[in-house]
Write a protein that binds this ligand. Structure first.
Ligand SMILES: CC(C)(COP(=O)(O)OP(=O)(O)OC[C@H]1O[C@@H](n2cnc3c(N)ncnc32)[C@H](O)[C@@H]1OP(=O)(O)O)[C@@H](O)C(=O)NCCC(=O)NCCS
Length: 248
């Protein structure tokens, strides 16, 4: 959707994505920097609400004050705060990871670990349907991606019996020179015992060994255990994206 002034000047733009089968349509919108604070954002937002019958989610990347204000004006509610955290990987000074008694770490083996990993992922992310609902097909798709590297996909296993109890899957963004803590998960019964910290440290050391200067990750602000683990390991907030939505 394009918003033009009477003289044809392009003042703003909005895009609506209704492809999610469950969630409300999601939108992103922007107003040209020189034409802000004149009601154009509100006009675009009201049109999006009309088009969707007031079933709308809007991302506010960076969480700028003007976006927060517009959300209030449109009577949208803050639904999700997604933080990007970063930390330098140069001169990584983290202590050696400490593994709980009877737990060892090894790399994911393609063709062998898929089923057990999917089960562990579903258990660790039972509260998070988007991650916890990963299917064999979703995993196969990721394993086929050019960035996939089993050497950066760490599994914590019980030395007695081999049960998977935690994992840290890292992802290298070569062009941006960023090493991502892509997903970390610990089996619910094994949480709080230092595994998350040990797995995250192991992955960060791996990313640093690849010569990447910066580590990054995305985390929901209300995921207190995860935010705590990452902040204790030296991560700080780099950017915050806010998702607002209508109440229904
Ligand atoms: C986040 C997660 C991986 C942490 O793993 P864990 O093994 O429970 O964490 P640890 O025992 O290593 O704890 C590391 C630190 O975080 C703190 N912490 C852990 N859980 C906490 C909680 N619920 N509240 C407050 N602090 C907590 C610990 O006290 C510890 O602090 P310390 O380093 O000063 O001792 C785990 O809770 C998990 O799998 N959660 C579900 C999946 C998820 O949300 N993953 C992250 C998103 S990608």
């Amino acid at each position: 959707m394009l918003l033009r002034l009477p003289d044809g000047t392009l003042a703003g733009y909005a895009q609506l994505d209704g492809s999610d089968p469950v969630e409300s349509p999601a939108a992103e919108l922007l107003v040209a920097p020189g034409l802000r604070a004149r009601g154009h954002g509100r006009a675009l937002g009201e049109e999006l609400l009309r088009l969707t019958g007031r079933r709308l989610r809007i991302w506010a990347h960076g969480g700028h004050p003007a976006a927060r204000h517009l959300a209030r004006v449109l009577k949208l509610h803050l639904f999700r705060e997604l933080r990007q955290l970063r930390r330098p990987l140069t001169d990584l000074d983290l202590p050696e990871p400490v593994w709980p008694e009877g737990i060892a770490v090894r790399a994911f083996v393609p063709g062998q670990d898929e089923e057990a990993w999917l089960e562990l992922n579903a258990a660790a992310f039972a509260h998070h349907p988007e991650q916890g609902g990963m299917t064999p097909r979703d995993l196969a798709d990721r394993e086929a991606e050019p960035w996939f590297d089993p050497e950066g996909f760490f599994l914590a296993v019980r030395e007695d019996g081999g049960e998977l109890v935690g994992f840290h899957w890292t992802k290298v963004h070569a062009a941006e020179e960023l090493g991502e803590v892509y997903v970390v998960g610990v089996r619910p019964g094994a949480q709080g015992g230092g595994l998350g910290r040990a797995l995250t440290t192991t992955g960060l050391r791996h990313l640093a060994s690849r010569g990447l200067p910066t580590g990054m990750l995305y985390v929901d602000a209300d995921n207190v255990p995860a935010v705590t683990v990452y902040e204790r390991l030296g991560f700080t907030t780099y950017e915050t994206d806010l998702m607002y939505r209508t109440e229904n």
